[in-house]
Design a protein around this ligand. Structure first.
Ligand SMILES: [Zn+2]
Length: 76
């Protein structure tokens, strides 16, 4: 039987999360924004879903708001 003695080597280390935009590490306590686009058959926006630095998320959140407004508009 193969025994991986290093299996628990990551234990206790902080789990790093990476910004979806700049790919930088999101440090503990740093302001973040979760960007979550609704599935859109016309735009590949789901690939933009993820966790961002608050500053990096700004353009995407603006786009998100614009698209939501557009979707509301198109439904009527
Ligand atoms: Zn970032």
């Amino acid at each position: 039987m193969f025994l991986d003695l290093n299996a628990d080597r990551f234990e206790g280390e902080p789990q790093h999360q990476y910004c979806h935009s700049c790919k930088g590490v999101i440090r503990q306590g740093e302001p973040t924004e979760m960007v979550r686009f609704d599935p859109d058959p016309n735009h590949d926006v789901e690939s933009l879903n993820g966790l961002y630095h608050a500053a990096c998320a700004k353009p995407f959140l603006r786009m998100h708001r614009a698209m939501q407004a557009m979707n509301r508009f198109l439904r009527f």
